[in-house]
Design a protein around this ligand. Structure first.
Ligand code: DHB
Ligand code: MG
Length: 216
């Protein structure tokens, strides 16, 4: 019997010992709720994971699909090497405005560029600015399969893909869960796992983070 040690208490341990938020990140998290955005940002533990991943792969050009209030983008931007840039895509103009304030608050405003619009519409033109070294997907789950297709085509060899909510709060393995977000996440995870261009797994912190490296 293989025993899994990880649980909520150990998650808290990781957060407390490795993923403490500075004042800016605390404020961003609070503002996201106070200004009426859903409290669905990545957990500190996941944010720190993204920052470490980014610092390890040293992207000159990173992309985030789904800015929300700029919380995950702040963690990502703080992992960038000097001269590195993050482009982040947000559907809702009001959210983009707030996220811009948050990036400045966190001291990363100069490295982050927010583009407003439906990512499915913005991505085709973004291909001309690539290839990208790091892509983080955290938008509507129904879009994940299409985002994956674009990402693999626009990620440089050796580049890294991360995607939030691989577990959908556990629904991913529940046979009676058939809602469109869960179905799309299942399709996304399966495609990532089977794509010969990717070396991939799920890092099980928080709601599950798909991570993949383009290996072809
Ligand atoms: C939910 C959580 C997320 O992190 C996300 O990106 C989308 C939705 C949710 O819990 O509904
Ligand atoms: Mg998410």
């Amino acid at each position: 019997m293989i025993v899994t040690t990880y649980d909520d208490k150990l998650s808290m341990y990781i957060t407390q010992s490795f993923a403490g938020e500075d004042v800016a990140l605390q404020q961003i998290r609070r503002q996201i709720e106070a200004r009426g955005m859903p409290a669905i940002t990545v957990r500190p533990e996941e944010g720190k994971f993204l920052q470490v991943l980014v610092a390890a792969c040293q992207p000159k050009l990173a992309l985030e699909i789904g800015t929300l209030g700029g919380y995950s983008g702040t963690w990502i931007a703080r992992g960038l090497p000097s001269g590195g840039r993050l482009i982040t895509l947000e559907l809702e103009p009001e959210r983009a405005t707030i996220a811009g304030e948050h990036f400045r608050l966190a001291g990363v405003g100069g490295r982050v560029e927010i583009r407003v619009g439906d990512a499915h519409g913005l991505l085709p033109a973004l291909s001309d600015e690539g290839p990208f070294d790091f892509v983080f997907i955290d938008a509507e789950k129904e879009g994940y399969p299409a985002y994956l297709e674009w990402t693999v085509a626009n990620l440089r060899s050796g580049g890294v893909l991360a995607a939030h909510n691989a577990f959908r709060r556990g629904a991913i393995i529940e046979p009676d869960e058939w809602d469109s977000a869960v179905m799309a996440t299942r399709e996304f995870n399966q495609r990532v796992a089977q794509d010969p261009r990717l070396l991939a797994t799920i890092f099980p912190a928080g709601d599950g983070m798909v991570i993949a490296v383009r290996v072809d």
